[in-house]
Design a protein around this ligand. Structure first.
Ligand code: FAD
Length: 349
């Protein structure tokens, strides 16, 4: 007798899988500033759309005051796939502290029904909040996702970006992901659709949900330069700059090119620039159109943060510096001669 190879319930499991991919509902923790939604949130929406064909996307905005409501109204039309914008307006969310935010996500889940996926970008905001959300929900987060293969299957970098790992999420409970937004560029969409905006009723959000941690302050660079994480041009300086004064050369060049300033960890450790300018494995991941590296050796930890750049230009006086192995254009020369010449020859902005 011929052996039956197909298990009797196979058709059922196939239909369950199909139904599952139809039931994808994603909650995205949105970042906003001065009444505007941040570009990394829109990239996270792009990623959410790749989880399955008919996934529904809700954005969660928290904060307080009129700028929150302005951001909510902008968020409602930031991408046609966003179906709902949930707004948590309270002083408790004025600053992005992980404890109240994580409680809020859980609170929203309980109020609005289970989400199959909870996403945030791999920014300092997402990296701060999502692990606590995952701990609270007793699930294992999948971080730094660079590719989505299916609702529960993802690619993420390991070993400082030297290898890519395929991860399948099998656990019960929602799939909690942080998204490396440089891998999910936003393409212009012609369709315009406005999502519904709902205010979350926080009357049952208990006071004890508020954390023991306290917001002390934030110091930001008072600069008109573009944000390092999303700039089209990044000009980076390494240890070779030797001092804070010399680093002004990098800043002047970035200014002239309308770009952001970056630095290696060696330059940051030497105190030439603050550490929010560090690019690399333990700094920011960048993917500009043009990345210019001056006096940067090209250590793997630095390259981990720049490998998605479209064009890499390197200037180093050592012809054997590893940075030349990844550079599209390389110049063996002294940066103290090259940068002043560039500054002189480049046209004014
Ligand atoms: P160096 O390696 O000292 O290189 C300086 C370069 O400048 C040399 O190649 C030299 O030939 C060149 N040079 C000197 N003078 C001139 C001149 N006048 N003109 C032109 N070229 C000149 N590093 C990061 O950048 N980002 C990270 O996120 C990061 N994370 C790390 C995480 C871990 C766990 C560890 C262990 C290390 C990490 N590092 C990181 C450090 C990294 O290994 C390197 O030490 C660092 O990137 C080196 O910085 P650099 O290229 O400025 O300095």
């Amino acid at each position: 007798k011929k052996k039956k190879l197909v298990p009797p319930n196979a058709h059922r499991s196939i239909s369950i899988i199909t139904n599952l991919s139809r039931c994808i509902s994603t909650l995205i923790l949105a970042e906003h500033e001065s009444g505007s939604i941040k570009p990394q949130t829109v990239s996270t929406v792009v990623a959410a759309n790749q989880l399955g064909e008919s996934s529904s996307v809700s954005l969660l905005l928290a904060g307080s005051g009129s700028s929150l409501q302005e951001a909510a109204s902008q968020a409602a039309s930031c991408h046609p796939s966003v179906s709902e914008v949930l707004v948590a307006d309270s002083d408790r969310f004025e600053y992005p502290l992980a404890e109240p935010w994580a409680k809020l996500v859980d609170f929203v889940r309980q109020q609005r029904g289970d989400y199959s996926h909870i996403l945030a970008s791999s920014s300092s905001f997402g990296k701060n909040i999502l692990p606590r959300v995952a701990a609270l929900l007793d699930v294992s987060p999948v971080t730094d996702v660079v590719k989505i293969l299916g609702p529960n299957e993802f690619i993420r970098p390991i070993y400082a970006g030297n290898a890519l790992c395929r991860v399948r999420y099998t656990g019960p409970g929602p799939c909690v992901l942080t998204i490396r937004t440089t891998s999910f560029p936003v393409t212009p969409v012609t369709e315009s659709k406005k999502a519904t905006i709902s205010q979350i009723d926080l009357s049952n959000f208990k006071e004890e949900f508020v954390s023991r941690s306290r917001y002390v302050g934030q110091s930001t660079q008072d600069t008109e330069r573009p944000d390092l994480g999303s700039a089209r041009v990044v000009v980076t300086g390494g240890r070779a700059l030797k001092s804070v004064e010399n680093f002004k050369l990098i800043e002047n060049l970035a200014e002239k090119l309308g770009g952001a300033v970056g630095a290696t960890r060696a330059a940051v450790d030497a105190g030439y620039v603050p550490n929010d300018l560090q690019v690399g494995q333990t700094g920011k991941i960048v993917a500009p159109e043009l990345y210019m590296a001056f006096g940067v050796s090209g250590a793997i930890q630095h390259l981990a943060g720049i490998k998605d750049s479209k064009v890499i230009v390197a200037v180093n006086k050592d012809a054997d510096a590893p940075i030349f192995q990844v550079a599209d254009y390389g110049l063996v020369g002294d940066l103290f001669e090259v940068i002043p010449e560039l500054l002189e020859k480049l046209p004014e902005k």
